[in-house]
Design a protein around this ligand. Structure first.
Ligand code: SF4
Length: 404
């Protein structure tokens, strides 16, 4: 049996490979491989290698395309990121005919690329079962059902058993290895070895978050928290290191939750490894959970930078952030991080802009506040996510029919 994993190309006004990798499809590929499948990969989201930064980030290859009619009022360049349809068609001709094709999805507003990819795949491999999974499917199930006629099965991220049952039924085989997607200790390592080079590997040490921010989908996607054992994580790090990987990217939403029994033992063990790592955390750490020892351990474990989710001026934004941070927590965390040896420009505060209730002066206050610490500030533009409390509020503010 052959399985083909596809990380589809996408369309957007802006996109950059900010340590993103198709960990979901690669994880499913690893499960199928353990079940005896031959697994192949086409990653359409190619980057410009000559522009890759030392830390692993890189710009996607892009081509300007026409703005779709519903968005024609936006005076910005609209582009396809990654392969063109023709390049993908060529790549598909060079893989052995698959029995199943698994297409991953990410942001809800990126669905057009996966849709085109699914239709192309079905036209070239009419007998293959085309399966769509990922976050878009989870967050927009009905929209996906309406839009992806070329797909034989939709698999939300929390229902991998649908895939197991489907394969058993369609191919009359019993899969011997069917782990839960939430059992982090029993999942095989994502098959990054399918890439000719591995610039970095994402690590997932936990799922979920104890907070309930109104703009965030994590509470919907992972209603419960789950944490991985230290031993399993260290085994994975060592595995990739033997393949030459030095850069690791933490994908957790709440790495420091229950830090005394989770993050601190992991960080101590990473600090004691006989080789050096470079660690990055694009998803931000909870500033409130950084104490003096945590800051020190982040440094000794190999974190090259620390990103913190400030979101806004805490006293103004706290109704939307479940009170996750007070000014004094943030100030203390910055102090600990600097004392642990993190240079000013290695500490970044994320600020959310464009929230439906937000006045521009609130953003300015937050920027002015963060700037007093001489750290880096990155503005994260709010995008409405279905299944979040703020999505409903945003519906009345949106310039576009966001539920269309
Ligand atoms: S703290 Fe972060 S991960 Fe948790 S709900 Fe808020 S935004 Fe989401």
């Amino acid at each position: 049996m052959r399985a083909l994993l596809i990380n589809p190309y996408t369309y957007d006004f802006a996109a950059y490979n900010f340590w993103s990798a198709p960990i979901g499809p690669l994880r499913v590929g690893a499960i199928l491989r353990q079940n005896g499948f031959e697994v192949y990969l086409i990653d359409c989201m190619k980057v410009r290698e000559e522009k890759r930064k030392d830390d692993g980030r890189a710009p996607f290859i892009t081509q300007r395309v026409q703005v779709p009619p519903p968005l024609s009022g936006i005076q910005k360049t609209f582009s396809r990121y990654g392969f063109s349809r023709d390049e993908l068609a060529q790549a598909l001709l060079h893989v052995p005919k698959p029995d199943i094709v698994l297409i991953g999805t990410l942001f809800t507003y990126w669905y057009l690329g996966p849709k085109e990819v699914s239709e192309l795949v079905k036209s070239l491999f009419p007998k293959a079962r085309v399966i769509l999974g990922g976050l878009y499917v989870t967050l927009c199930r009905q929209h996906a059902t309406r839009s992806f006629k070329a797909c034989d099965l939709l698999v939300p991220h929390n229902a991998i058993w649908l895939l197991y049952e489907y394969i058993a039924r369609e191919f009359s085989i019993k899969l011997p290895f069917t782990p839960s997607a939430f059992d982090l200790d029993s999942l095989p390592y994502p098959c990054f070895d399918l890439y000719p080079q591995i610039p970095f590997v994402p690590l997932v040490t936990s799922y979920g978050c104890p907070f309930r921010c109104t703009f965030c989908a994590t509470p919907f996607l992972f209603p419960q928290t789950a944490q991985r054992s230290k031993g399993s994580l260290l085994d994975e790090v060592s595995h990739w290191h033997t393949l030459g990987v030095e850069k690791f990217v933490l994908y957790d939403d709440a790495f420091l939750y229950r830090k005394e029994v989770h993050a601190k033992p992991i960080l101590r063990a990473l600090s004691d490894l006989p080789f050096k790592l470079q660690l990055f955390n694009p998803n931000a750490l909870h500033a409130r959970m950084i104490d003096e020892e945590t800051a020190f351990l982040l440094r000794t474990a190999g974190f090259r930078e620390v990103r913190l989710g400030l979101e806004g001026l805490p006293r103004l934004i706290s109704p939307h952030t479940d009170g996750k941070l007070a000014e004094r927590d943030f100030e203390r965390a910055i102090d600990y991080l600097k004392r642990a040896g993190f240079p000013d420009d290695s500490i970044t505060a994320y600020l959310l802009v464009g929230l439906p209730f937000q006045h521009w002066k609130e953003v300015k206050h937050a920027i002015d506040y963060a700037a007093t610490f001489h750290i880096r500030i990155e503005l994260a533009e709010y995008s409405p996510i279905p299944q979040t409390p703020l999505f409903d509020a945003f519906r009345t503010h949106a310039r576009y029919p966001i539920e269309a």
